[in-house]
Design a protein around this ligand. Structure first.
Ligand code: NAD
Length: 365
């Protein structure tokens, strides 16, 4: 029997890319067995929870999961499954490598020079879901507390989301980033925040980063404000190596970085803690193209490469990455999002692109 890994197909385009990932991993012959667990919007209707306990138990049992995207209703409805997964399993670090593969269109000159990794704190910040609705017509002790403590008078029609950042979580994520840099032969860590304005929260993050950096004299450390960093990343992305950020900035800059190297379709990632790891693409459930055989499976396939490395299947990981890279470079069997104007080959569907990767894997054996 092979090694059990949890597979969460997810919502929207999730099942389509999960099928491709399954067939590519099968072609590698590494003996992974999938413990398939449904989570997301459809499960909520059937089972009353979008993240039933059996999903968490499966990941706790297997230690690792490959996950498709799961929908989160905007501004209403159930709490994010992704946020709950990260909190329940203490997946405190989100790691998103960002490099360019030949053949993928980019608006940047020399995208091949981009090779950076985003390390995002996953458990706190504005993202953690501590929120209060507007409260006209009701007693709201929070508004009185804010008025008494700060002198700021907020109207009863104000919604409030709490941004909380702790020294311990900041030290933990920055230490993770430096350890990652050391293990992976990287030379520089850039900590990013808005410490000039949010002195209590981002200021704490910045001070924690500076303190941790002193333990790693072999790795260069620098600090940047997040607004400046957005501009720097667009203009000089090749100058950056490992970026470490609080949760919300990490979320936003991950998409920006994905955009630099060809878009959401090609961006992989993993959410990691001390005990468990959940591998998933950066993109969401893409409801506009779900069920149409249009979704690019590359993000999840490159996440599967990270999973294979994590499981110690280094050779299989390299074969899968090489196969994906060859398909991207040839450009004959890629989805519409990767097509350039004047491209001589028509776009293919998700399944056909997956099949092309399977064939490359076989030819590399
Ligand atoms: P999205 O990433 O789903 O889609 C943004 C745009 O990019 C869409 O036009 C989509 O068609 C396109 N796109 C995304 N991935 C693609 C791919 N692989 N191939 C081709 N085109 C692709 O972002 P969104 O629309 O903001 O979010 C949709 C839902 O996904 C929301 O409910 C959101 O909460 C959820 N979401 C989940 C995760 C996750 O599970 N990790 C991550 C982000 C968003």
């Amino acid at each position: 029997m092979g090694r059990m890994v949890t597979l969460i197909p997810g919502d929207g385009v999730g099942p389509e890319i999960a099928e491709v990932a399954k067939s590519c991993v099968a072609a590698l012959g590494v003996g992974i067995e999938w413990d398939v667990e449904e989570a997301g919007a459809a499960v909520l209707e059937r089972e009353g929870s979008p993240l039933p306990d059996r999903v968490l138990e499966s990941i706790r049992r297997n230690g690792a999961a490959l996950k498709g995207p799961v929908e989160t209703p905007v501004g209403r409805g159930f709490r994010s499954v992704n946020v709950r997964l990260r909190q329940e399993l203490d997946l405190f670090a989100c790691v998103r490598p960002c490099r360019h593969y030949t053949g993928v269109k980019s608006r940047i000159t020399n995208p091949e020079l981009i090779d950076l990794v985003i390390v995002r704190e996953n458990t706190e910040d504005l993202y953690a879901g501590i929120e209060f609705m507007e409260s006209c017509g009701q007693e709201n002790p929070l508004l009185s507390f804010i008025r008494d403590k700060t002198g700021v008078i907020l109207g009863c029609d104000t919604g409030i989301s709490i941004k909380h950042i702790s020294k311990s979580a900041s030290e933990r994520i920055v230490t993770f980033a430096f350890e990652y840099a050391r293990k992976n032969g990287r030379r520089k860590v850039t900590a990013i925040d808005k410490a000039n304005i949010m002195k209590m929260s981002d200021g704490l993050f910045m001070r924690a980063a500076e303190a941790v950096s002193r333990n790693y004299p072999d790795i260069r450390y620098e600090h940047k404000l997040v607004d400046n960093m957005c501009m720097q990343l667009v203009r000089y992305p090749e100058e950056y190596d490992v970026l470490v950020l609080p949760n919300l900035y990490g979320d936003i800059l991950s998409d920006l970085a994905a955009g630099l190297v060809g878009g959401l379709g090609v961006a992989p990632g993993v959410n990691m803690g001390s005990d468990y790891a959940v591998f998933e693409a950066t993109h969401g459930s893409a409801p506009d193209i779900a069920g149409k055989d249009l979704v690019n499976p590359t993000g999840l396939l490159l996440s599967a490469v990270l999973l294979l490395h994590h499981l110690g299947e280094t050779r299989a990981a390299s074969r899968l990455e090489h196969a994906v890279a060859l398909v991207l470079r040839e450009g004959k069997a890629v989805t519409a999002d990767l097509k350039m104007d004047g491209d001589p080959f028509p776009a293919v569907g998700t399944r056909a692109m997956g099949q092309a990767v399977v064939e490359k894997i076989r030819s590399l054996s």
